[in-house]
Structures are given as structure tokens and as C-alpha cells.
Design a protein around this ligand. Sequence first.
Ligand SMILES: *[C@@H]1O[C@H](CO)[C@@H](O)[C@H](O)[C@H]1NC(C)=O
Ligand SMILES: *[C@@H]1O[C@H](CO)[C@@H](O)[C@H](O)[C@H]1NC(C)=O
Ligand SMILES: *[C@@H]1O[C@H](CO)[C@@H](O)[C@H](O)[C@H]1NC(C)=O
Ligand SMILES: *[C@@H]1O[C@H](CO)[C@@H](O)[C@H](O)[C@H]1NC(C)=O
Length: 437
Amino acid sequence: MRRMKMMRNLSTGLILTTLSWFLMLSKAEPSTQADGVPLHPWTFASLQKNESVQPLQDSPSLFDTFTKSEVDTALKAVKNGKAAGADGILPEFLKNLGVKGIAILKPGKAANDASNYRPVSLLSTVYNNNWYLTLNPNKTVAIALHLNNREANRRLELKIGDTPVANSECTRYLGIKIDRALTLKDHIEAMKKKLKTRNNIIAKQTGTSWGSNAEVLRTSTLALVYSVAEYCVPVWSRSAYCKKIDIELNKSMRIISGTVRTTQTQWLPVLSNIIPPELRRLMKAYQEVTKVMNNPELPLYNDIISHPQKRLKSRHPIWDLTFPKESIPEVWKNHWKHSGVQNSTLITDPMMRVLGFNLPRHLWTALNRARTNQGRSKSLLYKWGMTNSPLCACGAEQTIQHIIEECPNTKFNGGIARLHKAEEDAVTWINNLEFRL
Ligand SMILES: *[C@@H]1O[C@H](CO)[C@@H](O)[C@H](O)[C@H]1NC(C)=O
Ligand SMILES: *[C@@H]1O[C@H](CO)[C@@H](O)[C@H](O)[C@H]1NC(C)=O
Ligand SMILES: *[C@@H]1O[C@H](CO)[C@@H](O)[C@H](O)[C@H]1NC(C)=O
Ligand SMILES: *[C@@H]1O[C@H](CO)[C@@H](O)[C@H](O)[C@H]1NC(C)=O
């Protein structure tokens, strides 16, 4: 919400500059055509790279009034995926601009009068006649945001011209799904679904005999999964539904590290060498707040400095966040130290990549199962109902620790601590073991 508001406020000032570029382009076209030169769809990027094109600005004819068709042509000519101009506004953004408007009812006002709503969008700025951009009422939706649950099902009766504006339970704005109560539940659930399919793709690369090594899996996960899981994260990271995302991210990390379900979750970020999700989110929120605090001319600055009073206990606005004094790695180190996780003493600095990251999949998996003391030992298999007895061939209960440190048949010289170092003898030992950990 905050971010969007910032976008809107930013854009009101900046959109003019972008549009003037478009207009220059559309105006420049007829003259090139007159010279018999074929039309090339100019792009921002090519204009900006070539400084010798700058004198265009001096031509007074470019600042004449322009027609709707000229604006349309200029907008059409700009390809998607081009870099933003100096004002940071992407071409797609201008093309899709203002398709949806979100109206917020002012407190204590009647719901059936359009003037009682505060619009959260670019509608009011860009959709005026001078700019020849017309609003499509068919694609416009209205959503009522208010605190009163009894009014949850109220529908707004708004019209643009003669066309009634459709009501929506939950609408998308700049990629964020906004629901009536602003819990961001719908957004997070949609994101979770997306993460699930992406996790499945990553999991397809993990066969024990041919699977990718941890390095490849980690990179793919960061690119495929985390990019989705952290889109606009300062907006939704304080939602109560955020835990749903963690479930999927923990799954991704379980895939990278090759650990089993019973592994303590604190181990996952350490083994996959990715800062824990909640700390990454905190880091992003901190960056966002710092950026705003360094720019007092941003409208968002005042929203954070002199913020409104909190009305709902369940909400945690970004100005409520307290950022730790230490750096994020320090915070993680402290969490790890006091986590009481099994065998946590093996790791002194969780930021350091554990050894064996580039080993083949089956070795890497076995190492991590030894480190976390959770794996396919008889004791656990018995618990999962996959074998008849929890006992080792030697007669004792077969835990991972028993296999490595106690059992006379399989004992590894130096135990878990030495196996953790992933040296040559550790690799040989894992290869010679008759079963997989
Ligand atoms: C820049 O513009 C000049 C003059 O129009 C042209 O000769 C030159 O090739 C252009 N350079 C690039 C990199 O487009
Ligand atoms: C909106 O929908 C109506 C009926 O479906 C149609 O007649 C009208 O042309 C549409 N308007 C626009 C601007 O697409
Ligand atoms: C995911 O892992 C983190 C530790 O990295 C843990 O705090 C959190 O409870 C886990 N969430 C779920 C749903 O398992
Ligand atoms: C690993 O954990 C087991 C079980 O808690 C413990 O007995 C063992 O001493 C630990 N090993 C190391 C190296 O921390």
C-alpha cells in the first residue's frame, strides 16, 4: 500500500517528462517520412544513448498541441521490456496506466456519492482531456476498503459516464492483490501457489545419481523461487499470512540441502547458504525505509515521519518496525548460537558456506543428513512405518549418530565432526556405506 502510494505520488510529478518524450517521438515521425526515409520505431533507449539527437528538444514545432492518434501511435511504437527513461517509468506502465482505480471512502461519508471517495491510482492525474488518454469503464473496477466488517459485502454504485463500474472483492494493482481488509491474504495465497509449482520444477533436478549439485540448485532457487517470494516484500512482509510463504521457502531449502522433513528448520538456511527468509525481508524493509528517509522530498517521507495513529492491533505498519543495531549476519549468528539446534556447534558462522557444496548430489545429501542427525536410519524409518524394526544389525537402536559414531560395522573415525569437514576419507566412507543415509 505504502509503496503504491509512493508510486502514485512519484508519478504525478514525473509522468509529464515521460510523456513529452513520447510526444516528441510522434511529432518527429512525419518529417522523416517526408524525406522518404522509412519510419523506425524510436525507443527511449536509442534516443538517450545517442547524444547527438538532443537538439530535437529545441525545435518549437515539437511542442505544439498533439492529437489522440499521435499519442496512441507513440505509445504503440514503444516496445515492452525497454529500459525506463530518466524518470524511471517503464513503457508498460504508461501503456497499462490507470486501467484500475481504487477508491477509498472518506471516513464518515455516504457510500453512494462518488465525491466521497479518495482514488488511489493515476486516474485523476493522467485521465484528463488534455492528454487524450481515455478511460475504459469496462476495465475499471471498484473496491471498497473499510474497517467495518458488517459492511463487508457492500457494493459501490459508481458510474463513469453511463457505464456502471464493476465491483471487485480483490483487485490487482502493480502486481499486488489488494483485498478489502488489506490483510493481503489473497496476494500471499496466490504467491504461495506460484511458489509451489516453482518448487516442483526445482525438485525435478534432484535425482540422487544425476541430480544437480547444491550450487546449481541454490542459484536456480534464488532466481525462480525467491524472486517471486520477495516481490514487493516491504508491502506485505508484515502480514499475518506471511508464514504461508515460509512453508514454501523452507521446502525450497530442504530441496537444496537434501534434508528430510524431520530436520530442524533452523538448519535449512545454513545448509543452503541463504539468509533466513524473515531476515531477508527485514533487510528489504530496512532498505526501503532508508531510501525514503534519505529523500525528504518524497511524499512517502511525511507518511512515515508523521504517520497516522494505528487503529487495528493486528496490523504492523512499516513505521512500527524496529531494526536491529547489528548487521543482519550478526543477527543470524546470534539466533544460531542460541537456537539450541542439534549439533549446532559444527557451525560457528552460519554465513559461511558449509563444505561439500560442490560435491555430487548423493554425497552432499548424505553429509547434510549426518550433520543434522536426521536421515534414513532404521530408527526414523521405523517411526515413518517404512521398516519393521528400529534396530541396527549390531543390535542397538540405529540413529544417524549410531551409524557414524557407535556402530562397530560402520563407524567413521572422527565421528560427525570430522565427517562435516567433507574431506576425502569422508567421501570414501559414504561411498562404501551399504545403504544411503
Ligand atoms: C548518433 O546519431 C548520429 C547522427 O544522427 C549518427 O550518425 C550515429 O550513427 C548515431 N550513433 C548511434 C550509436 O546511434
Ligand atoms: C464496454 O462494454 C459494452 C458492452 O459490453 C460495449 O458496448 C462498449 O463498447 C464497451 N466499451 C469500451 C470502451 O470498450
Ligand atoms: C521455516 O524455517 C524457519 C527457519 O528458517 C522457521 O523459523 C519457520 O518456523 C519455518 N516455517 C515453517 C512453516 O516451517
Ligand atoms: C550431534 O548431536 C548428537 C545428538 O544430539 C550428539 O550426541 C552429538 O554429540 C552431536 N555431535 C556434535 C559434533 O555436535
